[in-house]
Every structure is written in C-alpha cells, then in structure tokens.
Unconditional design. Sequence first.
Length: 250
Amino acid sequence: MKGKKRVFLGILLISFLVFTLVLLGILYVIKEGRVELYKYLFFTLVAFILVLMLLIVSVIGATFYLVFSKKSNKILSSFIANFIDLFYPLVVCMARVLDFKIEKVDQSYIEIKNFLFNKNLEKYQPKDVLILAPHCIQYSGCKFKVTYDIVNCRRCGKCQINDLVNFKEKYGINVAVVTGGTLARKVVKDTKPKVIIAIACERDLTSGMQDVKQIPVYGIINERPNGPCFNTRVDVSKIEDMIKKLLDGG
Ligand code: SF4
C-alpha cells in the first residue's frame, strides 16, 4: 500500500481490533450468564459490532484490491468512497485517542479519494471542468476582488491567481476563487460542473469532498509558507497535469 493511504486504513484496522476486543468482552459476559435481564440488548450490540467489523474489513480489502488491480471498478470505488466517508468520524475519534495528528488523517483521506478519482478518470468537455481555489491564495495586498469572478485579476503575477487565469484562457475551463463553503456551493450550483479540481487546506478539502457526493472531486492540498490562510500557494503543475488528463480522458 503506497503513499499516505495506509494512515487512514491503518487507523481503521486498529478500530477493527478494538471492536474485536469489545466483542470478545461482551461474548464473555454473555457466556458467564451475567446479563439475563439485558440479553437482547447485548445480542443487538454484538450484531451491530459484527456488521461494523465486516464493513471495515470489506473497505480495507476492496481498497487493497483496487490498488493492486490494473482495472477500474466503479461499483467498488463508490462502495469505498461512501464507507470512507462513513468511517471518517470513527477514524478521527480513534486518531485522537492515539494522539495522532488529524491533519495526517485528512491527508490520507484525500489521498484515498484522489486514488479512486484517478482510477475512474473520464474525458470531459472544458465547460464541465471547474477549478475551485481558496481566497487565501490571492496576494494579501491585492486590491482587486477576484472572488467569484477571477477575470478581475490584473495579472501582475504577484500571486498564483495569475496562473489560474492562464489555465482558464488556455483550456477554456471554469475557475472560481471562493471564500468558503457557502460560496463554493453557489459556484457549483451556478456552473454545474461534471468534475471539480479543488484546492484547499486539508480540513476544508476533507469537508468539501464529503459535501459534494454527486460530482467527482480531485483534491490538491495548498502550501502554507506564511502560515494558514495567508498568501498560500499551490503546485500549479499538479493542476495543469490534472486538467490535461481530464480533457484527454486520462
Ligand atoms: S495576480 Fe491578480 S490577484 Fe494576484 S496580486 Fe496580481 S492582480 Fe491581484
């Protein structure tokens, strides 16, 4: 298992082991006959934990299968994507218990989602592609308002909004700079993209990817050389590579 995918799946596996211990504990208590009064409640709990354990094993197994398989599989990808979202709170909870950085969990989550995205790449028309960039990528001293309408950028080159305008012109795709989730949702509603390349920090990307279920989202984590939310940057070569893949169909 390459890259950061193993972080999320590893914590999921630890959850599985914890559930196994809990299950064994419950079964021991039932066997000892100490739960006569709450027998059915305990059996329901056992069934619930068994279902969770089965799902965890299926998600981990399916991801391994896709990693090593050359073929794409849309049903399996959508199964993994949905259950990765479902298990996200559990993994975050477990990561907190283990004193593990949530940022690492988010990076791993994004890596898995991007892996599934790449596995099912399709060809798109430029008008169906939307790049969503965060407002903090704009030079803090710039007086031009580029949120929503990026064309207001005067292309001075002091920040990478310039590169995003270049992509818009060169490839004919949609590009929007947004201040947060509400504006992002409005842009998506207005432009009706079929695919999104989203740039943001780990936390915003994770919540955005969980938010948008119907449209495939490829996430690119921004760079924060000046601290969070201030004059951030992005690897524009990653954006351009993905635009080319989307327009060529992989
Ligand atoms: S490139 Fe555009 S957005 Fe960035 S500082 Fe210059 S005018 Fe402002």
